[in-house]
Design a protein around this ligand. Structure first.
Ligand SMILES: [Zn+2]
Length: 358
C-alpha cells in the first residue's frame, strides 16, 4: 500500500502490538489490525485495535474524529438479537481426545453448563432486548481427524454446516481449534492479530451463527495483565475470558454490525477488552469472564441486579429480596458460605444502580 495515506493512529500502537497497526481493505470497508504480542510493548493509548474482531467488513470502520467525544454507546441497527441462546461446542481434532485435551474439554463443558444458563451472565445483556433470557448448553462433540496447523474461516464454516445441517435462530456453534492450530479470517491470523471471533453466514433459508476459539496458549492470548486471573489456570481463564466476550457479542450482534454496535464499529465486548488497553475481567459462577459494556451505566460491568419479574418470580436458584433477585442461600452444611462476598457485592450493586433500572 502506498504510504501517503494519512494514518489515524499517529502516536499510538495497538495495545499488545508487536508492530504498528496496519490497514486491511475488504470489498466493503477498510479496517485496522494490530498484531498481538504483549511482551514487546507496554499497553498504551489506542485509537482502534481489532484484537478480537478480524472480520472487518463488519467492524472498525474508520471514524477518526468522532471517536474521542462522549462515552461510547451501543446503538441498535435493527437486525437480530438472540433471545434464548443455545450453545453447542465442537472440539475439532484428535488433540481433544488426548489426556490434556480431555481435561481441557471437561473444563470448557463445565464453563458452558455454568455460564450459558446463568442469570448473572445474562443480566448485562438483557437491557438490549427485554425478551432476552439466559440460554442453555446443548452439549459438545469431538470432531476427530487431523487438522492442519493453519485453517481458514471457510474450513470452519464447512465444519459447522456439516455438524449442524439445520440450525435454528437461537443456536450458536462454538468451534474449538486444537492446540497448535491457528485460523485465518478477514486477512488476519489468530494469535497474531486476534484471539477469537464470531460471525454468521447464510445458505438458502438457513443461517449459522458461530464462534471460533483458537487454543488460548499463545503469548498474545494469555492475559497475564488482567487482575484476578489465576496463574495455575492462566490458559483456561484466558479461554473463558475470550469465550465470554464472543458469547456476549454473538447474542447482542449475531450478524455482525446489524445488531447492537457502537459508532466506532465496536461491539459490546470490544468496548471493554482488547482495544482499551486492559482486559476488565471478573469471576462469575467460578469462571473468569470479561466485563461487557452497559449503556445503562456508561461503563463496563460484570453483572447487574436481576429484577424481580412482574409476577414476583426470580430465576431458578434465586430468591426475591428487596426488589431484586439474589442467589438462594446454599443448603446449610455448618460451614460458612463462600457466597457471602458475592451477596455483599450484589447488595452494593443494588443500592447504587437501582435507580438506573427500568
Ligand atoms: Zn469483539
Amino acid at each position: 500500500m502506498s504510504n501517503e495515506e494519512p494514518k489515524p493512529w499517529p502516536q499510538s500502537l495497538c495495545h499488545r502490538c508487536a508492530a504498528p497497526p496496519r490497514y486491511v481493505k475488504t470489498q466493503s470497508s477498510v479496517f485496522i489490525l494490530c498484531p498481538l504480542l504483549p511482551e514487546k510493548y507496554p499497553p498504551q493509548p489506542v485509537l482502534r485495535c481489532a484484537l478480537f474482531r478480524p472480520l472487518a467488513a463488519l467492524l472498525l470502520l474508520l471514524a477518526p474524529a468522532a471517536a474521542h467525544a462522549a462515552a461510547p454507546s451501543l446503538v441498535f441497527k435493527g437486525g437480530a438479537v438472540l433471545q434464548a441462546p443455545r450453545y453447542r461446542a465442537f472440539y475439532w481434532g484428535t488433540y481433544w481426545n488426548l489426556a490434556l485435551g480431555t481435561d481441557d474439554r471437561a473444563r470448557l463443558d463445565d464453563f458452558f453448563r455454568a455460564i450459558a444458563p446463568s442469570p448473572r451472565f445474562a443480566s448485562v445483556l438483557q437491557q438490549y432486548d427485554s425478551r432476552l433470557q439466559p440460554g442453555s448448553f446443548d452439549g459438545s462433540a469431538v470432531v476427530t481427524g487431523n487438522v492442519a496447523s493453519l485453517v481458514t474461516d471457510a474450513d470452519v464454516r464447512a465444519l459447522v454446516q456439516a455438524q449442524r445441517p439445520a440450525p435454528d435462530a437461537d443456536e450458536i456453534d462454538v468451534v474449538f481449534l486444537p492446540r497448535g492450530t491457528e485460523v485465518t479470517a478477514g486477512g488476519a491470523q489468530s494469535c497474531q492479530e486476534f484471539c477469537g471471533y464470531h460471525d454468521s453466514f447464510q445458505s438458502g433459508a438457513l443461517r449459522w451463527r458461530y464462534i471460533v476459539a483458537p487454543y488460548a496458549s499463545c503469548a498474545g492470548c494469555s492475559f497475564t495483565n488482567a487482575p484476578g486471573l489465576q496463574l495455575d489456570t492462566l490458559r483456561r481463564d484466558s479461554s473463558t475470558v475470550i469465550l465470554s466476550h464472543e458469547m456476549a457479542e454473538t447474542i447482542t450482534d449475531p450478524d455482525p454490525a446489524a445488531g447492537w454496535i457502537a459508532a466506532s464499529g465496536e461491539e459490546i465486548g470490544d468496548l471493554c477488552g482488547g482495544s482499551k488497553g486492559v482486559f476488565k475481567t471478573a469471576r462469575i459462577d467460578g469462571f473468569e469472564l470479561q466485563q461487557e459494556w452497559s449503556n445503562a451505566d456508561s461503563a463496563c460491568v460484570t453483572e447487574l441486579p436481576i429484577p424481580v419479574a412482574k409476577d414476583g418470580s426470580c430465576p431458578p436458584g434465586f430468591v426475591a429480596a428487596q426488589g431484586v433477585c439474589t442467589e438462594a442461600a446454599p443448603a446449610k452444611t455448618g460451614c460458612a458460605s463462600a457466597d457471602a462476598g458475592w451477596l455483599a457485592a450484589l447488595s452494593a450493586l443494588a443500592g447504587t444502580r437501582r435507580r438506573r433500572r427500568r
